[in-house]
Design a protein around this ligand. Structure first.
Ligand code: CTP
Ligand code: MG
Length: 220
């Protein structure tokens, strides 16, 4: 069974506000991309990796992969206008023979190795996709403008993280169907697929702001 990892790193990082795309913001002396790339490359579960880079950053991504010795990188491509487009373009590099595809955000640099095994396992039990989820501890409200419209039932709410694991054929069909969503699992859900949730990890924090970057840097 061959497992391909797609690393979504093609965002611009507007909210981080650095002078370069978020995946290339400095984290511990290297571009942030290096951290998740090295961890995927080191994982016994992963056979090959495709990196979706921002326009103009394919060459630096290839050089970075070489610098850190990430030998499983089989392609670096220019991503698309949104995350789903970037994943779709990266998936085109994956051979039809691939059975399982793992999709991960470069914006979540701290990828604990056990999470990879955790999201891959339920696929063999027939799930179409598997996501790491974190129970939400705050009370969540829907707001309209400055007014609270409703308070959601917190029971049963989780925050979805990556890496997300997919039956490769299911992900291909979901991406081709043209449905939209903020993560790949949402596309599979919309296409009628069954998505399993396993325990997430607080260290998989998505770096969005300068404060997030400093926090993640303090963990390394
Ligand atoms: N991503 C991508 N292609 C895009 C947009 C986003 O591959 N066209 C990736 C980002 O690189 C990131 C992940 O999807 O690893 C999650 O996106 P997000 O955190 O929103 O990153 P950015 O879009 O770069 O940040 P911002 O929204 O602040 O501009
Ligand atoms: Mg974004």
């Amino acid at each position: 069974m061959s497992v391909w990892a797609l690393l979504a790193a093609a965002g611009s990082g507007e909210r981080l506000g650095a002078d370069r795309p978020k995946a290339f913001a400095r984290l511990g002396g290297l571009p942030m991309l290096a951290e998740s790339l090295r961890r995927l490359d080191d994982s016994e579960w992963i056979d090959s990796i495709v990196v979706a880079a921002p326009p103009g950053w394919v060459e630096p991504s290839i050089l970075l992969a070489e610098e850190i010795g990430a030998g499983k990188v089989s392609a670096c491509i220019v991503g698309g206008a949104d995350r789903a487009q970037s994943v779709r373009i990266a998936l085109a590099e994956v051979p039809e023979s691939a059975v399982v595809v793992l999709v991960h955000d470069a914006a979540r640099p701290v990828l604990p190795s056990d999470v990879i095994g955790r999201v891959l396992e339920p696929l063999s039990e027939g799930w179409d996709a598997v996501i790491p989820g974190l129970a939400i501890t705050d009370t969540v409200k829907r707001v309209r403008g400055e007014e609270v419209a409703e308070t959601l039932e917190r029971d049963g709410l989780v925050a979805a993280q990556t890496p997300q694991a997919f039956d490769a054929a299911v992900l291909r069909r979901a991406l081709a169907s043209g449905v939209t969503g903020t993560d790949c699992a949402a596309l599979v859900e919309a296409a009628g697929g069954r998505v399993n949730v396993v325990a997430g990890d607080r260290r998989l924090l998505k770096v969005t702001t300068r404060e997030d970057l400093e926090l993640v840097a303090s963990w390394l």
